[in-house]
Design a protein around this ligand. Sequence first.
Ligand code: TRP
Ligand code: SF4
Length: 332
Amino acid sequence: METKPKPRILSGMRPTGALHLGHLTGALDNWVRLQDSYDCFYSVVDYHALTTEYEDPSAIRANVIEVTLDWLAAGIDPAKSCVFIQSLVPQHAELHLLLSMTTPVSWLERVPTYKDVQANLKNRDLATYGFLGYPLLQTADIIIYKANAVPVGEDQAPHIEISREIVRRFNNFYGPIFPEPQTLLTPVPRTPGTDGRKMSKSYNNSILLKDTEADIRSKLKTMVTDPARQRKTDKGDPGKCPVFDLHKAFSTKETRDWATHGCTTAAIGCIECKSKLADHVVARIEPMRQKREELASRPDTVMDILKDGSARARKVAQATMDEVHRAMKIAY
Ligand code: TRP
Ligand code: SF4
C-alpha cells in the first residue's frame, strides 16, 4: 500500500549558545510536536552565525554543540528528524550563490531585519555583503530541501515572504524547480525574562534549559512583578505581571487560578507565587537537564548525530542542485 509522503518542513537556529525558556515556548516545543506529522529538517545554521560573528568566530563550534544538546534534551529525535549543521551541507552556499545572480539587491535592502539588526548591533560592522545576503542564504536553506513549510515566529515572517518572491523569480527564469514555502506561523507566547523584558541572551535575564533547580529558584526569586504591588497587603494585577506570563506558559490551570485569586485579593505574597512558579518550571526543565547532562558527557555522540544528519541532508541537497545545474545550463 502506498502511503502519501509527509509534507516537509525546515527550520533553523543560529548557534548562539545554551537555549532558554523563550526558545522552548517559541520554537522547540512546536518543533518536537511537528515531528510526527512532517518530514522535518532542523539545521544549526553556523554560516548564519558568521554573518554577525565573523570578527570572532571562536565560540561557534561549542555553541553548535550547546544548541544541539538542548534540541535533543527537549525531544528532537534524530530517528525522526534530520538534524544537521548547515556548513556540513555546502550545497546551501552554492545555491545561495546561484540565487544571488537573480535576486535584486533592493529586495534584500528592504527586508525589515536588515536595518533593524544593524541598528541594534552598533558595535559590529554589518555593512557586509554576507549580512545583506542573510535572507538569501535562509531561502537557500529552505528551498534546497523543497520544504513545503517553515515553522517560525512572527519575527521571521518577512524572511519567508522574500523567499517566496525569490522562488517565483527563479522559477520564472528556469522552470518550476522550487515550491513556494509557506509560513507555518508558530504562536509565540510572551516569555519575559527576570527583568520583565523579552527573554534574551543579550539582556542577561534568561532561565536556561540547562539551569539546575537551585539556579531556577534563585533567578525567579529576583524576577520583577506587578510594579503597583509594593507590599504584600497591596492587591496585584496578574495581567501586569511578567511572573504571571510564565505561569501561563508553565503552570497548571489550578495554579494559575490560585495565583490570580491570591494576587487580586492580596491573599498570597509574590515570594509564594514565584516559588510555586519555580515548582512548575523545575518540573518541566529538570528531566531535560538530566538528559542533557547525560548527552553532554558524550560530546562525540552528539557530533556523530550531526554528521549523520548532515550526510542525509547532503544527499537531498545534491539531488536538488543537480536539477538546478541542468535548469541553469551549467550541468557538465
Ligand atoms: N533566521 C532564523 C533566525 O534567526 C534562522 C534561520 C536560518 C532559519 N535559516 C532558516 C529559520 C531557515 C527557518 C528556516 O531565527
Ligand atoms: Fe505577580 Fe504573583 Fe506577585 Fe501577583 S502575586 S504580582 S502574579 S508575582
